[in-house]
Design a binder for this molecule. Structure first.
Ligand SMILES: NC(=O)c1ccc[n+]([C@@H]2O[C@H](COP(=O)([O-])OP(=O)(O)OC[C@H]3O[C@@H](n4cnc5c(N)ncnc54)[C@H](OP(=O)(O)O)[C@@H]3O)[C@@H](O)[C@H]2O)c1
Length: 185
């Protein structure tokens, strides 16, 4: 029987605040590789997934760049190079995303990167080099101002904002607001 082609996506942060994005992607028929450290969190996410057999765990600490490179290399060789990468990586691991991009550069097919970043990255733009076949999209996580008060975004709001960015394919998305900056929580 001919194997059905399934789109491949890679997500970092997909067991945490981007969990709803993980569920949405598999519902869109993506095969999803998920970088994570904590097996229990991954299994919990898998248990609530609409299609658990479409999930693949890359268990690695992304601060360990060699292990990260080996993990994504293996995933890409089994499932193909992903056409979509959603990255939520803490600034403590500045070489994690470049490591993943370098590994993805071994394939010349077009792909998209949704780079999710904290609010302060909006004012000090991170330098990131992407290959020509990559369409680069930024998503900034802001805050919410309501009733004269401000608060950070909830997981649902963050995931909803990232899904909207993917759906609309906007080059830059701000989830919530970044203005006025002095009103941030
Ligand atoms: N502007 C805003 O409103 C804003 C912005 C940023 C964050 N936040 C809030 O801050 C809270 C904490 O942020 P968080 O980043 O800890 O959220 P998180 O998304 O809940 O957790 C981090 C995610 O990244 C993975 N991860 C973290 N470190 C990793 C590592 N070294 N190697 C591999 N995978 C790793 C985690 O997997 P494992 O569990 O397997 O490690 C998990 O999937 C969130 O709950 C969010 O609500 C708010």
């Amino acid at each position: 029987m001919k194997r059905m082609h399934r789109k491949h996506a890679l997500i970092i942060g997909g067991t945490g605040m981007l969990q709803n994005v993980s569920h949405w992607l598999v519902a869109q028929n993506y095969f999803l590789s998920v970088i994570n450290r904590n097996t229990r969190n991954f299994e919990a996410m898998k248990a609530s997934s609409p299609a658990p057999d479409q999930l693949y765990s890359i268990r690695v600490d992304y601060h360990n760049y060699r292990a990260l490179e080996a993990g994504v290399k293996k995933a890409f060789s089994i499932h193909g190079a992903p056409e979509l990468i959603i990255s939520w990586i803490h600034s403590s691991a500045p070489y994690a995303l470049p490591t993943i991009i370098r590994e993805r550069a071994n394939d010349s097919l077009p792909w998209k990167l949704f780079h999710v970043q904290g609010s302060s990255s909006y004012f000090v733009k991170e330098r990131l080099t992407v290959p020509e076949n990559c369409t680069y999209r930024r998503v900034y996580l802001g805050f919410i101002v309501e009733n004269e008060q401000s608060r950070w975004l909830t997981h649902d709001e963050i995931s909803e904002g990232v899904m909207k960015a993917i759906r609309t394919d906007a080059s830059e998305t701000i989830v919530g607001t970044l203005q006025p900056w002095n009103k941030r929580p």
